[in-house]
Design a protein around this ligand. Structure first.
Ligand SMILES: [Zn+2]
Length: 471
């Protein structure tokens, strides 16, 4: 049985199933039901909020064989083919890769021909702000006198880069980032349908890590299911994401607020005995302090569950705003200092770290200042080539979901930070040869005498997906 990734399986196919964009859906439904159709629509919003999903639903509304409506049947050949991504009159273009004027002109020249199957030829142009000026000009001509059978649906993460002449001819909708509470609730619904057990705390963590993007949330959920072998517990998700149990951090701050230094030291000792990384803990402490400051300034805006809201508000009352600011600075500056190198001045250490790439990509990948999926991208990729400026990485087709543009961008940023100069990064999808940070970690685990003993004498098996490279 083939496994379909959740993000694709649960991609909304109707307005009803779209989570969190009620304001846009309401306006579009009214326009469709009253047959007030526009030639061009622009959906703006951060990545993963559902722009192209919405575009496909709108394309169905316009081309459903039962008539134009806000509730396409989902059964006719037009609806089915649009859902399957193979409807001839739905032309989807990614402007990030088709920026040239010739390509745009070709596309628009073809637009004069009547649709082959549908009522309208629908052009969905994703990341439209990436088009060149001349490509925009070519499009503008069509937008000024659009043939009756054409609809444009433009999507962008950066509407400010779109020429005003184009903007003024579009009906604009701004899609909102989804609150983590709504994301967590949606994940819960999906897991119930999939009959998989999950802890509420696990879903809260995944939703927070997704930062408003349902697509990221579903992709993380897929990973969590694999990582935890189908039992999505809070502990498994914490370990997958590399986050630590918040309750330590809250207890530390509560101890500080009481002036109870013994309690604070006892918590630190407890963390040490559990091998909690202090670097990550300090970073997370910064996040908690940020939320305490928010609780002081705007208690109503605090979005937290499981009793954490009460603790945040109580901390906000117990600590003064200046104290919170001071602790925040200590946490932020404290993270990343390595006491063992204290004799070397910080500047020298940074210079030594810079440009010191010895070709050992797995080692570098593990040490980059990255989190979440961008870190996984680094650890799952293999070095193609590096000439001091341009770095080529390879990712196997199985891990291609990690190579999305935004994660590449984060990785590029971390490399630039490390090398102290801009790095041109390209990520190629092809079979890797087994020299990624992940492969190395798996090999090390396999060599470990204790592990070998377990495998040989106790019939144990190594779950490869559960292996994570150490920092
Ligand atoms: Zn239909």
């Amino acid at each position: 049985m083939s496994y379909q990734v959740l993000a694709r399986k649960w991609r909304p196919r109707t307005f009803e199933s779209l989570v969190g964009q009620e304001h846009v859906v309401k306006a579009l439904r009214n326009a469709l039901d009253q047959k007030r159709l526009h030639h061009a629509y622009l959906f703006s919003g951060t990545r993963g909020v559902g722009k192209t999903t919405l575009a496909r639903i709108l394309a169905k509304c316009l081309n459903c064989e039962t008539g134009i409506s806000s509730s396409p049947c989902g059964k006719c050949s037009a609806c089915v083919e649009i859902d399957a991504g193979r409807f001839v009159d739905l032309i989807e273009v990614d402007a990030a890769t088709n920026t040239k004027v010739d390509e745009m002109r070709q596309l628009l020249e073809n637009s004069v021909y009547a649709p082959a199957r549908g009522r309208f030829k629908v052009y969905v142009i994703d990341e439209v702000h990436m088009l060149s000026t001349s490509a925009f000009n070519a499009m503008l001509k069509t937008l000024e006198e659009p043939p009756e059978h054409i609809k444009f649906i433009l999507a962008t993460t950066d509407p400010q880069k779109i020429p005003v002449t184009v903007l003024s001819r579009c009906l604009q909708f701004n899609l909102k980032q989804m609150p983590s509470r709504a994301i967590a609730a949606h994940l819960e619904t999906i897991l119930a349908e999939e009959r998989l057990p999950a802890e509420a705390g696990a879903l809260r963590l995944l939703a927070e890590c997704a930062r408003g993007s349902m697509r990221d949330a579903l992709s993380l959920l897929d990973q969590a299911i694999a990582y935890s072998a189908g039992n999505v517990t809070e502990q498994a998700v914490r370990s997958m994401l590399g986050t630590i149990d918040d309750s330590f951090l809250y207890s530390i701050l509560e101890g500080l607020a009481r002036g109870d230094s013994d309690a604070v030291l006892a918590i630190a000792e407890d963390m040490r005995s559990r091998s909690v990384g202090f670097d990550g803990a300090l970073q997370d402490l910064g996040t908690v302090l940020h939320r305490v400051a928010l609780a002081q300034a705007a208690p109503g805006a605090v979005d937290a569950e499981g009793g954490l809201r009460e603790r945040l508000v109580a901390l906000g009352r117990a600590l003064g705003p200046e104290e919170v600011q001071l602790y925040y600075q200590i946490a932020i500056h404290g993270a990343g200092g390595e006491p063992s190198d204290a004799a070397t001045p910080a500047g020298d250490r940074q210079a030594a770290a810079r440009g010191s790439f010895d070709g050992d990509w797995p080692k570098l990948a593990n040490s980059l200042n990255l989190g979440g999926i961008a870190k996984q991208l680094a650890q799952a990729s293999e070095l193609g080539s590096f000439d001091g400026e341009a770095l080529e990485l390879c990712v196997s087709p199985a891990a291609k979901h990690l190579a999305e543009k935004s994660y590449q961008e984060k990785l590029r940023g971390a490399l630039q930070e490390r090398f102290g100069k801009p790095v041109r990064l390209t990520v190629t999808i092809r079979e890797t040869t087994g020299n990624t940070a992940r492969d190395r970690a798996a090999a090390a685990v396999g060599r470990d005498a204790f592990v070998r003993d377990l495998v040989e004498n106790f019939d144990a098996t190594i779950v490869e997906s559960s292996i994570k490279p150490a920092q």
